[in-house]
Every structure is written in C-alpha cells, then in structure tokens.
Design a protein around this ligand. Structure first.
Ligand SMILES: [Zn+2]
Length: 66
C-alpha cells in the first residue's frame, strides 16, 4: 500500500503490517502523518502537529566550566 505524503507528495511505501494500522508514519521529509487503515485501505490521513517537547534551555556559556 502507498500513501501520499500530505506535505511533500512523496509516496510512502507501507508493507502488509500496515493493512490494519492506526498511528503515526514518518515520511522522508520528516512530516509525521497520522493514518488509519483497515483491510489494506486507507481510511484516514492527516498531518500530525510537530510536537517536539523541548525544554527551553538558556544559552550555554562556552568555556565557563571550570
Ligand atoms: Zn513528505
């Protein structure tokens, strides 16, 4: 099965393990697609919001470590 990336249009190849699947798939372009498949058919697809929880770190001071 293939699905088109909503972001870049790349055809993402999915094997049979994805015939019954619900969850995220990552495209080559880095976009996370949330898909739902059933019996080898794509039922739903959407782009997941990029949620990269990064704790805001203050800029380091190079060379400050003594
Ligand atoms: Zn893509």
């Amino acid at each position: 099965m293939r699905l088109n990336c909503l972001s870049c249009g790349h055809k993402v190849e999915l094997d049979n393990a994805y015939d019954e699947f619900e969850g995220p798939v990552k495209c080559l372009c880095g976009t996370m697609l949330e898909i739902r498949t059933k019996e080898g058919l794509l039922k739903a697809i959407k782009v997941m919001d990029p949620q990269t929880p990064r704790p805001s770190q203050p800029p380091g001071m190079p060379g400050a470590a003594a």
